[in-house]
Write a protein that binds this ligand. Structure first.
Ligand code: NAD
Length: 378
């Protein structure tokens, strides 16, 4: 079978679904690989590098859609892209079926098979090597700190210089999931004093091990909603949390927010009043911008200045580190391809008896198979 890789069509998207180092490994599994000319350019992967790795470079997207049995992409396909799919073709990329019912219908109508990388059962330890949500969140958390450092007018680390003593920057991280933990580690490595909060108290040790201090909300309530994910907290908890965040906002130079609750709008944690109380020159990076934002004043996709505070709401943080995110994503898809092709004979088998593959498969030969039944209790 042939694997086809397309140039992403979503505005500003710089990632690509495979990189030359991975192409070689896909070929070793027995697959042919074809790629649209220029697909990796924005991620520093040239057509020549893909050719040298053994891929065939095709002149346009239509040629790739026509030639490939399996399509690798990053962003969900556009209407125009789905219109080029044919019966039996396998598509592997981010789909977000809950948010994209129209897309699901269109894909099913073309009798395709679709593996949504965002539907991977993440709690299966066997699935971790394929977990692109985790890889992308890690890159985004790192990049959030880089964006904050770029907009901030001072050092992160404290210094004693001949020209005087420089205090370390104070960074507060709201939400210590995968992205938040990456941000904690990155900011601590740069020398900042890092504090973090999460509704799931179980993350406190991880925060500490990365060099941060966990700040708890003074209110007794369990924040785990099952499967390692958060739940919507009670009014009482939210009021206590706002009080604590208001105190942190006054002290912090930089706030990075990452709080999300599956299937719900992002919780509003940083009010306009808190922004106003921050020191001029402070920075907020709102990583939940695409889901409505954790800060009341965030403008998704933009950096704005409000009350002297720069509020960054970029929704393409992983894409801003395109080579790194593409390499990690490509490796996650390689691991998935290995699972689909255990015989290493260049043929992908979508085995619905396999828990990880079953979870990912949202459409099988034109039949919608999402949502997958819950996993047997581990
Ligand atoms: P996420 O992006 O859904 O949420 C980010 C963080 O925000 C979470 O830690 C959440 O608890 C926190 N949050 C939600 N509401 C909040 C509020 N009001 N105030 C403060 N914080 C709030 O989460 P994620 O990064 O995708 O990770 C979710 C969980 O999944 C984590 O426990 C992670 O360890 C787990 N996970 C497990 C595996 C695995 O088992 N292989 C893989 C990846 C992730």
């Amino acid at each position: 079978q042939r694997i086809g890789v397309l140039k992403e069509t979503f505005p500003l998207e710089k990632r690509v679904a495979t990189v030359p180092e991975v192409v070689e490994k896909l070929i070793k599994l027995g697959f042919g690989v074809c790629i649209e000319a220029g697909a990796g350019e924005a991620a520093n992967c040239s057509d020549d590098a893909y050719r040298a790795a053994g891929a065939e470079v095709l002149p346009d997207a239509a040629s790739v859609w026509a030639a490939a049995d399996i399509i690798f992409k990053v962003r969900p396909p556009s209407r125009e892209e789905v219109a080029q799919m044919r019966e039996g073709q396998i598509l592997i990329d981010f789909i977000w079926p809950a948010q994209n019912p129209g897309l699901m219908e269109q894909l099913a109508a073309r009798k395709t098979t679709v593996l949504a990388i965002d539907c991977l059962p993440r709690t299966l330890s066997r699935a971790q090597k394929m977990d692109a949500l985790t890889s992308m969140a890690g890159v985004s958390g790192y990049r959030a700190v880089v964006e904050a450092a770029n907009a901030f007018g001072r050092y992160f680390n404290g210094q004693i210089t001949a020209a005087g003593k420089v205090p370390p920057a104070k960074v507060f991280i709201a939400g210590a999931g995968v992205a938040g933990l990456a941000a904690i580690g990155t900011a601590a490595n740069l020398g900042a004093v890092v504090r973090a909060n999460d509704t799931r108290a179980e993350v406190a040790d991880q925060v500490k091990s990365l060099g941060g201090e966990f700040v708890a909300v003074d209110y007794e309530e369990e924040g785990s909603g099952g499967g390692g994910y958060a739940k919507v907290m009670s009014e009482g908890f939210q009021a206590a949390q706002r009080k604590m965040y208001a105190e942190q906002a006054k002290e912090a130079d930089i706030i990075i927010t990452t709080a999300l609750i599956p299937g719900k709008p992002a919780p509003k944690l940083i009010t306009a009043e808190m922004v106003q109380s921050m020191k001029p020159g402070s920075v907020i990076v709102d990583m939940a911008a695409e889901q409505g934002g954790n800060c009341e004043l965030t403008v998704p996709g933009q950096a704005v200045v409000r009350h002297g505070v720069t509020i960054i709401g970029y929704t393409d943080l992983a894409s801003r580190l395109a080579k790194q995110s593409s390499t990690l994503y490509a490796t996650n898809l390689l691991r998935l391809t290995e699972e689909l092709c255990k015989a290493k004979d260049g043929v992908a088998l979508v085995n619905m008896q396999d828990d990880a593959i079953r979870g990912l498969t949202v459409i099988k030969d034109g039949t919608v198979t999402w949502p997958a039944p819950p996993l047997p209790q581990a």
